[in-house]
Design a protein around this ligand. Structure first.
Ligand code: ZEM
Length: 292
């Protein structure tokens, strides 16, 4: 991809792209039996989140506009380990749709993944403009999995989220897994890591989580099977009484989770973006809804 650090040329480039076609092409890239649990969906969601979650509302820096996650030093920040797999997978679409910005491509990939894996419809707008390597955010803006509720609040309040939104967003940990080669942590959160469900909350509440016995970083595994995991930061949502209210709500009510996640995720992907006034809102249909 563009490693020269050049920003996008024209402010109206975004108008030349058919985003319904991009949606379909991203959806076609999800499945790969040789990658992880068979889908790039989870790592696309993580890419969209890490491209966006650098936002600081006080300085109005960071966020998905700019797509500085593709440049060093940001791409090499510890939290972003492994996300090159997602960026490489999407790169052919940047070639095919030359007028799309990386910021739009990465955030749209998160939307496609959530929807195609069975999650809610995410309202999305185009018009992010790519920046240069000079605009990379400093290390430390994304959450540290080894820490607890105070740290999680500090990080997400900086983006402008409240406790309810934070608790809804972390439900994305129904998807995917931890990789020892990336974060150092190990394992999936549940038995269906390629389906968007409210299982983060049900597993968190219904299992007994015990420290994993290993030489790796401190994490939890479920006592019964030892196959599923929780990060220390995940456990904070069970221990913290204010977060726990939402965990219980979302465990009991998948529709409430889907609605709150859709709103919070759409907000995340728009943090710090100055959209063109005429940028339309899209609600994409899934492939299943479109195809006969
Ligand atoms: Zn995650 N996340 N995350 N997250 N995340 C990982 C994986 C995934 C935290 C975290 O440290 C980690 C949100 C919030 C938080 C996803 C989505 C979202 C991993 C494992 C870690 C360590 C990485 C690896 O080894 O590959 C922390 C501390 C969070 C705050 C409390 C939010 C918000 C997300 C989206 C809305 C997803 C989908 C994955 C799985 C990635 C994959 O490759 O399978």
């Amino acid at each position: 991809y563009n490693t020269e650090g050049s920003a996008q040329a024209s402010s109206s480039s975004w108008k030349k792209v058919n985003y319904n076609n991009v949606y379909k092409d991203i959806a076609d890239l999800l499945e790969d039996e040789n990658y992880d649990d068979g889908s790039y969906g989870p790592v696309f969601v993580r890419l969209a989140w890490h491209a966006s979650g650098t936002f600081d509302h006080k300085t109005r820096t960071g966020g998905s506009s700019g797509a500085t996650i593709r440049f060093e030093p940001e791409s090499a920040h510890g939290a972003n380990a492994g996300l090159d797999a997602a960026r490489q997978r999407l790169e052919p679409l940047k070639k095919k749709y030359s007028h799309i910005s990386y910021g739009d491509l990465y955030t749209l990939a998160g939307v496609v993944a959530v929807q195609e894996l069975g999650g809610p419809t995410i309202t999305w707008r185009p018009g992010r403009r790519d920046k240069t390597a000079a605009d990379c955010t400093p290390d430390g803006r994304l959450p540290d999995a080894a820490q607890g509720a105070d740290h999680v609040r500090e990080i997400f309040y900086r983006m402008g989220f409240n406790d309810q939104e934070i608790a809804a967003l972390v439900g994305a940990h129904a998807l995917g897994r931890c990789h020892t080669s990336r974060s150092g942590f190990d394992g999936p959160w549940n038995a269906s890591p390629t389906a968007f469900t409210n299982f983060f909350y049900t597993e968190l509440l219904n299992n007994t989580w015990v420290p994993k016995k290993w030489n790796g970083p401190f994490q939890y595994v479920d006592r019964e099977s030892g196959q599923f995991m929780m990060l220390p930061a995940d456990m904070a949502f069970k221990k913290d009484s204010k977060f726990r209210v939402y965990v219980e709500k979302y465990a009991a009510d998948q529709d409430a989770f889907f609605e709150d996640f859709a709103n919070a995720f759409a907000k995340l992907l728009e943090l710090g973006v100055d959209f063109p006034e005429d940028a339309p809102f899209y609600k994409f249909k899934t492939l299943e809804e479109v195809l006969p």
